[in-house]
Write a protein that binds this ligand. Structure first.
Ligand SMILES: [Zn+2]
Length: 315
């Protein structure tokens, strides 16, 4: 039994504001949320997250949570992370569009130096918000080279179509596009982000098995899914980990990556894949390799982490 904290991995789907340590929440004057049952609907989840986000007010707060994120991820064997951050929402709330992201970028740079983890930033955009805000996120991304992608998130009852124009502009500007879809909404939401959203990866996508044509299309394009089993159970979308579709997604020949959504540690999520899905070490190494392949990391980083995965497996 190899130690899964030592398995080198990439982490592609996690929200910075969901990773704030309980001790840090207390330091910022908040009360860490205790969640001992699944959320009642997406709204309750979103409201709880909003309470934590409201505690972040200063440059130093953003710098601190980004640095602590790096320390915590590195301790899980994460070598490379693409962390999602809702920069525009903080910027509007605090009346300073750049400050929150600048704090995060500095925290990540310090984290890289201290903990040896490489990171990039994905700016997400709630589907409930205006296209104007997404244009602002695009401009923000252009000013910060650490930002490599933008994507739609939030309540999937809201369509992606109103953002088609700005997403096209993002693509032309050289940004990657990764969207949440197929989590709460069905296969139609995934088709929509593939067509109007030019998605290069799907955040969650756990409902794609409902549509065999969609499965065939994703397999043909080798388009990765960012699967977050514990988060799905916590949000009440899947009754239990034992019933989670991850093994069936892998069996269907889809490119599956394992992620936390910010709701648990990544090593713990790999541990659950071992215990509940019965993955052996070779399959766990395959999941780690898929995370590296599906990432937007530079080629030399991919080669390095893949070599380290090989050492883990042969060690
Ligand atoms: Zn997410």
């Amino acid at each position: 039994m190899r130690d899964l904290r030592l398995l080198p991995k990439a982490h592609l789907h996690t929200h910075l504001e969901s990773t704030v340590r309980p001790a840090t929440i207390r330091d910022l004057g908040g009360e860490p949320p205790v969640q001992d049952r699944p959320f009642i609907g997406f709204r309750e989840f979103a409201d709880q997250r909003a309470t934590v986000r409201a505690l972040l007010r200063d440059y130093e707060h953003f710098r601190r949570i980004a640095e602590e994120f790096c320390q915590d991820e590195a301790a899980q064997g994460v070598r490379y992370a693409e962390v999602t951050f809702t920069a525009a929402a903080h910027g509007e709330r605090l009346g300073d569009p750049d400050m929150p992201l600048e704090g995060v970028v500095e925290g990540l740079a310090i984290g890289a130096e201290r903990y040896g983890i490489q990171t990039r930033v994905i700016l997400d955009h709630s589907r409930r918000r205006s296209a104007e805000r997404l244009w602002r996120s695009l401009k923000l991304a252009a000013r910060h080279p650490q930002v490599i992608a933008i994507g739609l998130a939030g309540d999937e009852a809201y369509p992606a179509a109103p953002f088609a124009e700005v997403l096209q502009a993002a693509r032309e500007a050289g940004l990657h596009l990764v969207h949440h879809a197929g989590e709460t909404a069905g296969p139609a939401s995934v088709w929509e982000v593939l067509t109007v959203g030019h998605a290069e990866r799907i955040g969650h996508g756990i409902r794609v098995l409902e549509d065999p044509d969609l499965v065939a299309e994703l397999r043909r394009r080798r388009l990765p899914l960012e699967v977050c089993p514990s988060s799905n159970v916590l949000l009440g979308l899947v009754p239990s980990l034992a019933e989670h579709p991850l093994p069936r997604l892998v069996e269907a020949g889809l490119m599956v990556t394992l992620n936390t959504d910010g709701e648990t540690s990544l090593a713990a999520e790999y541990e659950r894949a071992r215990e509940i899905f019965g993955c052996g070490d070779a399959e766990l190494a395959d999941l780690a390799r898929a995370s590296v392949e599906a990432s937007f990391a530079p080629a030399e980083v991919k080669a390095q982490v893949n070599a380290e995965i090989g050492h883990w497996l042969s060690g």
